[in-house]
Design a protein around this ligand. Structure first.
Ligand SMILES: [Fe+2]
Length: 401
């Protein structure tokens, strides 16, 4: 279990214990030396002044399975409030998670908080949250990360986050996103200081994998393989694919499902977006990836289980270049956003899919989120909106022998 936080001091600690030990009487304490982030990190606050701090990361080990834990962080001068997480059972038992994305937090108000709370409350029992990027509106604006993390409904769950293109943006005046030549993406360094990603399974700073019960999860930084200014942040899609294959091979036999999340959407109905569908789809077919989650366009879309049969990049998918297959195909999804000025979920969501109409859903732009239930038979996906559940599908378990 990875925990990340920021402190004004170098020496800090994290204390953790089972949820029933609410006074931390039997807690374990881990001392943590944190890394100083100076002005070169280019973080600025809402007043546009540089921010410096110590970035802290801890990995909690020796945890019991299927157990509710509480933890808090502190130093010689203060201690935080207590937060929660629940460990995986580690076997093949059922679990659920929320899949959310694109909140572009600017302030600590309802516009950026209410929909997340409404959705998580509606979904009921979830074990953690997958978040497909764009936590912030502009990545180097320090306070935006804090406003997201300070959302009371966020602190009750583990979050598996990835960087979105907004998290890569940089500004000096608080509004203009700086460009360098044609490129407006700067760096994943602000995401890295924020995110609690597992140290032992991270690749290229901002890609990582984990296993939760019988699912192998991949988190791919899709902005990293697009145009990025910071040379330390760049990685090609080819390198990411090689890493994906190595990990999936090493985990063979230990999972029943593969779920991938990245920020850039792969396909929306027939339209090919920035998620490198032509490159990933053959790999997803080979490894029988069940679900590929994307975001970025704020459009809800769910494909039939498909794979790409061509070899070069394309602008549109059609029945002549993708094949529908429940045994080898991947369901490609794109998520709605979470911020809007009325702080309300969409209503009246309608299916406008034009390809494989019966097995697909394409809704256009809106606000909402999904719950994903994993069982021994398959994966059930439900889209939650202001009307309740507006789309639902069951993806049967594939034969992996
Ligand atoms: Fe976005």
């Amino acid at each position: 279990m990875s925990i990340a936080w920021h402190s004004p001091y170098e020496k800090n600690y994290v204390e953790y214990t089972t949820a029933s030990d609410s006074t931390f009487k039997n807690s374990k304490k881990l001392n943590v030396n944190c890394s100083f982030r100076n002005k070169d990190r280019e973080f600025i606050n809402d007043k546009l002044n540089p921010v410096t701090f110590y970035a802290c990361k801890a990995n909690l080990s020796g945890l019991s399975s299927n157990t509710d834990y509480i933890y808090r962080v502190g130093n010689d001068y203060s201690v935080s409030g207590s937060k929660k997480f629940k460990t995986a059972s580690g076997n093949k038992s059922n679990f659920s998670f929320a899949w959310l994305a694109d909140v572009h937090t600017v302030k600590a108000n309802d516009k950026y908080r209410k929909n997340i709370k409404t959705l998580i409350d509606k979904m009921g029992n979830i074990n953690f949250v997958m978040f497909s990027g764009d936590i912030t509106d502009v990545g180097n604006m320090y306070d935006q990360w804090g406003y997201f993390a300070g959302n009371p409904s966020v602190s009750n769950y583990m979050f598996a986050t990835i960087a979105g293109n907004h998290d890569y943006y940089k500004t000096k005046n608080g509004s203009d996103r700086l460009r360098q030549n044609d490129c407006k993406y700067f760096s994943n360094k602000w995401f890295i200081d924020y995110a609690a990603i597992p140290k032992s399974s991270t690749y290229g700073n901002s890609n990582y994998w984990f296993r939760y019960n019988n699912v192998l999860f991949f988190n791919i930084d899709s902005t990293q393989n697009d145009g990025v200014n910071d040379s330390n942040a760049k990685l090609s899609v080819k390198e990411q694919i090689n890493w994906f294959k190595e990990v999936a091979d090493s985990q063979k036999g230990k999972y029943d499902y593969i779920i991938v999340q990245q920020h850039f959407s792969y396909i929306i109905d027939t339209e090919v977006k920035y998620g490198r569908f032509d490159k990933w789809s053959p790999v997803f077919k080979e490894y029988k990836v069940d679900l590929a989650l994307g975001a970025d366009t704020h459009t809800y879309s769910r494909s039939a289980p498909v794979y790409y049969t061509g070899s070069s990049s394309i602008k549109r998918v059609s029945e002549s270049n993708v094949k529908k297959s429940s045994s080898d195909g991947t369901v490609y999804m794109t998520s709605f956003q979470l911020d809007n000025s009325e702080a309300k979920l969409s209503t009246g969501v309608k299916n406008k899919a034009t390809i494989f109409k019966k097995e697909s859903f394409s809704a256009g732009g809106g606000t909402g989120g999904c719950k994903i239930d994993v069982s021994s038979d398959g994966i059930k996906l439900s889209l939650y909106t202001g009307d309740g559940i507006s789309d639902s599908v069951f993806i049967s378990k594939k034969n992996r022998n």
